[in-house]
Ligand binder design. Structure first.
Ligand SMILES: Cc1ncc(COP(=O)(O)O)c(C=O)c1O
Length: 384
């Protein structure tokens, strides 16, 4: 019975593609400890460094003290406590939409939204580098998926042209691409969506708290009122866990009634929601946090560029393209020996032959730490 699984695992070992869990003890937003050694975290999505912010911790504590540790049921049955309403109102205001709806994770938000909005008669146009949760949402919808090459507007236009105007259509894209750190051309996607009568959905998991003055991709392009569905997560810049969709009332009311990952799962705990709400308030009221992130992004980009690495994007995600799995693991191991966590990202997360170290910088890093990482990376690359 177990032979199949064993063979699959053996083949992953052979291809340098086995994944294992490592236990770390977080010390603060950027440092972790393992076996009495400290490591610098360069692989998290905690872009604003808010997971250890006292205001956010206070929000989590208050949530648990006021409403208990668990929500007790699905949002529609027993789980909508007042913090949910407050967070959804705040998210809608933040994203400049009529309403917002919180899901348990960003993954569940994508899966539950796409499978509700699209059905077997819908054609979904999806960027080739979209996140796995978008891909899984497309699969669950049973719609026809047409994948266009990464950010290729001409190809998308060509594909849209083939489809009857009255056929239901959805264009879906990451706002900031998770493994590449580049920004989707949302202005051009919006134009196409109106020309060809398609809904437009953007996944702002990595864009919220990083671009558009922290408000995300639609804000970056001045299209907050225009984009039909703005999806995001509470788990990255907002230092908690959970996902959300911001849209007009029709879309949100429709999701409440039809989105299976929303309906059939126990709601997040009051501590999660309390933390997210506090983090959102920090982002909106304390400009110094975002300013520190931008300063660190620019500093790290300059350092990498001076090493001859293409680091021209405006986001905290720096993909260091290596290619082969074994070389990527060697660089990751070298960094690890130097006390740096820079995870090797391999297929299927990225295409075969495009394995990379995905370094991320946050508002909580300092310049000496960034210098140290860049120096170690340079040494690691020399070993190849
Ligand atoms: C683009 C994108 N969308 C969605 C998700 C899923 O979000 P979450 O981790 O909150 O489930 C992620 C991250 O994991 C992501 O990178």
């Amino acid at each position: 019975m177990y032979k199949f699984f064993k063979e699959q695992l053996d083949s992953k070992i052979e291809n340098h593609n086995l994944r294992t869990l490592r236990e770390y003890c977080p010390l603060d937003a950027v440092r972790v400890k393992r076996d009495d050694k400290e490591y610098l975290m360069m692989a998290s999505n905690n872009y604003l460094g808010l997971t250890f912010d006292t205001r956010v911790i206070e929000g989590a504590l208050k949530g648990a003290q006021q409403y208990g540790t668990g929500s007790g049921g699905s949002r529609l049955v027993s789980g909508t406590f007042p913090l949910f309403t407050e967070l959804e109102r705040s998210l809608a205001k933040f994203k400049n939409t009529e309403k917002a709806l919180v899901f348990n994770t960003g993954y569940m938000a994508n899966v539950g939204t796409i499978s509700a909005v699209a059905d077997k008669n819908t054609i979904i146009f999806s960027d080739a580098l979209n996140h796995a949760s978008i891909i899984d949402g497309c699969r669950l919808s049973r719609g026809t998926v047409k994948t266009y090459s990464h950010c290729d507007i001409d190809e998308l236009k060509y594909l849209l042209k083939q489809v009857d105007r009255n056929t239901r259509k959805l264009i879906v894209t990451d706002g900031v691409f998770s493994m590449d750190g580049d920004i989707a051309p949302l202005d051009k996607l919006y134009e196409l969506s109106r020309d060809y009568n398609a809904l437009l959905m953007v996944d702002d998991a990595h864009a919220t708290g990083t671009i558009g003055n922290g408000h995300g991709t639609a804000a970056y392009f001045g299209l907050e009122k225009e984009v039909d569905i703005q999806l995001g997560t509470l788990s990255k810049s907002l230092g908690s866990v959970g996902g959300y969709v911001a849209a007009n009332s029709t879309i949100i009311d429709y999701l409440v009634n039809t989105s299976r990952s929303f309906i059939f799962s126990t709601a997040l705990s009051p501590a999660d929601i309390g933390a997210a709400l506090a983090a959102l308030q920090v982002l909106e009221t304390d400009a110094s946090v975002l300013a520190r992130l931008h300063e660190n992004v620019n500093y790290m980009a300059d350092q990498l560029i001076s090493m001859g690495i293409d680091a021209t994007n405006e986001t905290p995600i720096f993909p260091i393209l290596i290619g082969r799995n074994e070389d990527t693991l060697a660089v990751s191991d070298y960094l690890y020996e130097d006390g740096i966590i820079g995870t090797a990202i391999r297929p299927p997360t990225v295409p075969i032959g495009e394995s990379r170290i995905r370094l991320t910088v946050t508002a909580a890093h300092n310049k000496e730490q960034i210098d140290y990482v860049c120096q170690s990376l340079q040494n690691a690359m020399k070993q190849l």
